[in-house]
Design a protein around this ligand. Structure first.
Ligand code: MG
Length: 190
């Protein structure tokens, strides 16, 4: 049996990034890599709970090129990802997060840290992380959604084969303001 997912970008979709002060960043490339600085954006918790209760698996899909650029380590990224999951506990499954799994891409072609300083099929706007998750978790792309604040998020979803109408950009430059509005759209959808 395959299941529907909502694929979610991390930074500026689930958690604050652009609005953080410079001191919040251990690196200089703008990717948050300090678990202590993780803050959920408004209404992300209730939006995730509504989507999970509606039967969607929530899968985080995040570029973390700061690893390739020397601004963060794999351990930093994994600790930050774990903190995001910890901040979204599932009240229906004690001990579990609303977030099913997090995929991240540490590669960047202009990075300096080997072996991550190369292009990689997981790096959005390429669809590699979505395709890997679809295989790993037996997901149904035809009923899945991709949500993110950047054009590359929307493009990655479309390249994976998700219906363009189900690839939604959120935030100040998006078609919907935040994840709560996205959840309302998804839950209204046939
Ligand atoms: Mg983002």
């Amino acid at each position: 049996m395959t299941r529907p997912a909502v694929f979610l970008d991390r930074d500026d979709t689930l958690i604050a990034n652009a609005e953080l002060p410079d001191e919040a960043f251990s690196g200089k490339w703008g990717d948050l890599a300090d678990p202590a600085q993780v803050r959920l954006l408004p209404r992300v918790d209730t939006a995730c709970l509504e989507l999970r209760r509606a039967g969607f698996l929530l899968v985080v899909i995040t570029n973390q090129g700061s690893v390739a650029r020397g601004g963060a380590t794999i351990a930093d990224v994994e600790a930050t990802n774990a903190r995001v999951a910890e901040l979204l506990p599932d009240p229906d499954r004690p001990g579990s997060s609303l977030l099913e799994r997090t995929y991240y891409c540490p590669y960047h072609p202009t990075g300096v840290v080997e072996p991550y300083n190369v292009e990689h099929p997981w790096r959005k706007p390429q669809p590699g992380m979505i395709l890997a998750a679809t295989s790993d978790l037996s997901l149904d792309l035809a009923t899945s959604w991709m949500i993110g604040d950047a054009e590359r998020d929307v493009e990655a979803g479309q390249r994976a084969g998700i219906d363009p109408a189900r690839c939604i950009r959120v935030g100040p430059n998006g078609t919907l303001p935040d994840l709560a509005a996205v959840a309302a759209r998804i839950l209204r959808s046939p």
